[in-house]
Design a protein around this ligand. Structure first.
Ligand code: PMP
Length: 378
């Protein structure tokens, strides 16, 4: 046989058409994408370095500034999911050996602690059980003890269903010369956040939750304090792809007359993100989750409006209930994540999904599962 002949045959699956079912995405994300955003993502591609693309990126920057309530010039979208923003924030603002303080009350703090450890930071963990929260006093005491250059907090803890208070923490960080990094992947667009007013130094989110864009892009913003730290480092960040020196140029934030090629951004993803940010800007009111309002009337306001955690009903197998709801209602709800596995089921009605009719459907599916799933004798 000649070297040029094909020896691996075309796979049978590739000769069949693509199949993807229609589903109600009522879990913690991704959420359903409205037709206008899907249509934007389906438009013909243009080059990532065409002037028209720069205009779209400039629009995205303005849309993120509105969504974050910030005037920060250093505001961009990552080419990647929420994790890309997590890594970008840590890799650029921390150098190996520096102290980082991480608040952990669910999975996301632990994830950031690991990211920071991998790049050689000296990580200090403050830990609460899922759903717990930290007082400003506890945070300040830990800051005095560990003298971190960066403090991480999750605003919307999607594994625990908690929306963490933010007020006052930015001021504590300033007092102790520490940068304040906040994760709003699961909360932006559903729970209020004010980057500038709340003195948040670095803020990021994801596209696929309350913003209702497809997964794969992640807005992030750095204020002047964060820029000062990340652009005066002695070492280069461990990641080339996530190096803000390059990304700030790609997004036209570095004041240089020309943007150079760094990587090829996800053009369709940016089209869709632009449109989802436009929808947010068009709304007078921010989204709140109808479902949460109905379910959470009785609870404290620390409940996360976008993702509701509910205790697993006594005697039921949560996996069986979720499988039943998927099979009979084409509806995704999920179990816990990380430390909350086996403790809760998680239901999210975010942005476009946040309608009373959807809340009624979700409650109906839950009631149906309670009726038809096995209740153990224990
Ligand atoms: N942070 C939080 C609070 C999240 O809920 C998620 C996604 N579940 C992430 C970070 C990570 O985002 P992604 O899955 O888009 O990488």
């Amino acid at each position: 046989r000649s070297m040029s002949s094909v020896t691996i045959p075309p796979p049978a699956c590739m000769l069949r058409p693509l199949e993807a079912p229609l589903r109600y995405l009522f879990g913690p994300g991704p959420s359903n994408v409205p037709p206008r955003v899907l249509a934007a993502g389906g438009r013909p591609i243009i080059g990532h370095l065409h002037p028209e693309m720069y205009e779209i990126m400039n629009d995205i920057k303005k849309g993120i500034q509105y969504a974050f309530q910030t005037e920060n010039n250093m505001t961009i979208s990552m080419s990647g999911s929420g994790h890309a923003a997590m890594e970008c924030a840590v890799f650029n603002t921390v150098e190996p050996g520096e102290s980082v303080l991480v608040a952990i009350n669910g999975i996301w703090g632990e994830r950031v602690a690991e990211i920071a450890e991998r790049m050689g930071a000296n990580v200090h963990r403050m830990v609460k059980t899922p759903g717990g929260y930290f007082t400003n006093k506890e945070i300040e005491q830990a800051m005095q003890k560990h003298k971190p250059v960066l403090f991480f907090l999750t605003h919307g803890e999607s594994s625990a269903g908690l929306c963490h208070p933010i007020d006052g923490i930015g001021d504590i960080c300033r007092k102790h010369d520490c940068l304040f990094l906040v994760d709003t992947v699961a909360s932006l667009g559903a729970a209020p956040i004010f980057m500038d007013k709340q003195n948040i130094d670095i803020l990021y989110t994801g596209s696929q939750k309350a913003l209702n864009a497809p997964p794969g892009t992640a807005p992030i913003s750095f204020n002047d304090r964060a820029c000062h730290k990340m652009f005066n480092r002695k070492t280069k960040p461990v990641s080339y792809l996530f190096d803000m020196t390059h990304l700030s140029n790609y997004w036209g934030c570095d004041g240089k007359p020309a943007r150079a090629y760094h990587h090829t951004g996800p053009v369709s993803g940016f089209f869709a993100l632009r449109e989802s940010l436009a929808i947010l800007a068009e709304r007078v009111k921010r989204y709140t989750s109808t479902f949460s309002v109905i379910l959470q009337k009785k609870y404290t306001d620390l409940r996360l409006p976008s993702v509701t955690t509910i205790a697993i009903p006594k005697g039921y197998d949560w996996r069986e209930m979720l499988a039943y709801i998927m099979k009979h209602h084409q509806m995704e709800m999920t179990g816990g994540l990380g430390p909350s596995i086996g403790m809760v089921m998680r239901i999210g009605l975010m942005g476009y999904n946040c309608e009373k009719s959807n809340a009624d459907m979700a409650l109906h599916a839950l009631a149906d599962a309670l009726k038809n799933c096995r209740k153990s004798k224990a």
